[in-house]
Structure formats: C-alpha cells, structure tokens
Design a protein around this ligand. Structure first.
Ligand code: ZN
Ligand code: ZN
Length: 131
C-alpha cells in the first residue's frame, strides 16, 4: 500500500515539475512525452488523472482557448494570456491583474464573481516575421 502511494506521489511530482519548467501551456500529451523520458512506464491516462488531481489541489490551471484542447499552466496566480491565431503559441502577459475591471463588473452583475479571465488573440512576432 505504502509503496503504491509513494509511486503515485512520485509520478505526480514529476508531472508537476515538468509543468513548472515550461511556460508553453502544454497539452497533457506534451507533458506525457516529457514525463515518459524519466518514467518510461507511465501511461497517458495516469498523466491525465494526475493533472486533474493537481488542478483540484490548486497547483495547476486547466485552460481552454477555444481550440478544443485543454492546456495546463503551473502559474496559478491571476494572469492573462496572448494566443497566436496562426501557430497556437500561448504567452503569459506581464500586466497586473485588472482589479478595477473586476470591481466594475462585480458591481453590475447580480450574483457573485469568483474570478475572471482575459485572453488576447492576434499574430505573434515570430509569425509576423515569417510573413
Ligand atoms: Zn505565432
Ligand atoms: Zn499562463
């Protein structure tokens, strides 16, 4: 029992490390390929399950930018994203949380607001330079 628990937490730790070392907002498949280099016997299903647990623990965010795929982010503090519509790259934006906007919306919405997301779409510099 204890061995199983240790193995599980070791797998989860590796998955978390892989996510923390990237800012690319990868998919579960991408994480799986990286983790497999260190834990060759891990399955994609296990990676999915652990990502879900990490999300429940508040250690990772699950994001969907309307592409029909889920991406994962180990940066859980409030931040915004810029998504390239050509190559699909997702970048973190270095702008502070928009508390004013949050407050303005909060005052107008009947109900409670927990959080908000802001996604910016366009063409990244790399794609622009490629023409
Ligand atoms: Zn691009
Ligand atoms: Zn992010």
């Amino acid at each position: 029992m204890q061995a199983t628990g240790t193995k599980r937490s070791r797998q989860r730790e590796k998955i978390y490390q892989v996510l923390r070392r990237t800012t690319s907002h990868p998919t579960a498949e991408w994480v799986y390929e990286r983790v497999r280099e260190q834990l060759p016997r891990i399955s994609l299903g296990t990676v999915y399950r652990n990502l879900h647990v990490l999300k429940e623990q508040g250690k990772v965010r699950e994001l969907d930018f309307g592409e029909g795929i889920r991406r994962y982010d180990a940066t859980v503090d409030q931040h915004y994203h810029f998504i390239c519509e050509r190559c699909g790259t997702v970048q973190d934006l270095a702008i502070p949380p928009q508390d004013d906007l949050h407050e303005r919306v909060r005052q107008r919405v009947p109900g409670t607001i927990r959080t908000h997301r802001l996604d910016f779409y366009g063409i990244c510099i790399d794609c622009l330079e490629k023409g």
